[in-house]
Design a protein around this ligand. Sequence first.
Ligand code: UDP
Ligand code: UDP
Length: 464
Amino acid sequence: MSKFLGSETICPHIALFPSAGMGHLTPFLRLASLLLSNNCKVTLITPTPSVSVAESTHISSFVSAHPEVNHLEFQLPSLQPPPNSVTKDPFHIQFDTILRSVHLLHPLLRSLSPPLSAIFSDILVAAGVIQVAVDLGLPHYTLVTFSAKYLSLTAYISTMVSDPTKLKCSTEIQIPGLGPVPVGSIPPPYFNPNHLFTSVFLSNARALPEVDAILINSFDWLEPETLSALNSGNVFANFPPVLPIGPLVPYELKRKEECQYLQWLDIQPKESVVYVSFGSRTATSKDQMKELRDCLWKSKYRFLWILKSNNVDKDDKEDLDTLLGDSFFEDTKNRGMVVKPWVYQQEILAHPAVGGFVSHCGWNSLSEAARNGVPVLAWPHHADQSVNAEVVKKAGLGLWDSSWGWGLQNLVKQEEIQKMIGQLMEDEKLRITAKKVGDEAKKAGEIAGSSNKVLMKVLRSLVK
Ligand code: UDP
Ligand code: UDP
């Protein structure tokens, strides 16, 4: 029996239901690992087939490392996107397919033994899981995989408008109790009600008052005003409690092979390397690739650049020489590395040689930077990332030049990137404040830490 749950002999049995993409799967696997270490029984439901190879690989290695997990593959029907949909992004289509199929989960969950104590669903499937949880008489918690600030924005937009194009009328929107969000930080698809991204996010946000509580991969110290405004009822009436349980701690990944880039990091001086990565599914345009390449080529800094040229890993086939040219590699061979396949980012960010992180501001990447106290140069590309960038800047974790706009829409020239990388690597004050974020992030997860206490309270309530 876990020391945290006291002397009870019954442990909660929790169904975890992530949606699509590594940005959603990763926090669920981290939470699964945390629940297992606290003696919970875990049923992991994974929508199948997944979009990326990274998802299926991580699921199977997690399940084989934890044979005690009850793994249920949720076979998705093949659905056509709605006829007026304006996106071809396979992740957006998958979010929509999962949301429209969730009712089929019911028979899978009804007969589990021991019976379930609760369902923890991904925020992007919450609206569909509500009825399943009601039918099964189960508490339903939803896990928010992005910042509390972006949760507020999405929830606010979902209540504010039937016609999201109205958002364009002002330069900022005022969220009661929380202050302004510049219109430039609102994800562009929100202006188009027919975009699947919009319909999926907003329909889930509208359903939030019906979940029992919101678990969020953030922590009190990082977003104190937002969390307290949401929980005081000043932002929305009828909003469920928002319970910060982050930053969720990475579980140990068993490396099958020696990684050249980790060996290379081992021989670089402390805090000398700029790490550049835009997450698991953000492709860099050819023009932007060239600007970034020329910036790294001319700059004096060592670098490790993870380059994706397609947003789905199995379609990312172009080789690095074709993309970047031989002479770049020849000239930078002693101070830089570019990698295309999947990397162990959690190990990179924990490596002492890494001095700064140029990031698209996916919330998991930022949580990893926060835990390791690595200064971030925020370069949001789409979705929640500009709002996350504001959180980073405010917390003292990083720099953000909002005039760069969205990475998927604007081209940032090499001179500008170079200037910001210089600041990232040389700003001693930033290094100190980022380390402070690291200390606070680690503290939140300790036994007496704020996030751990919140999660233990939830688990205790489920064994009653
Ligand atoms: N990641 C990784 N190796 C890669 C690419 C991504 O380990 O080659 C991890 C990264 O550490 C993070 C997750 O995948 O945990 C990506 O989630 P995030 O929210 O940062 O961005 P997204 O990929 O959803 O845009
Ligand atoms: N896209 C991409 N990588 C991503 C997400 C999106 O390359 O991680 C591409 C994809 O082709 C998608 C388009 O960008 O259809 C729009 O994506 P997003 O949801 O971010 O909308 P935007 O903000 O660009 O309007």
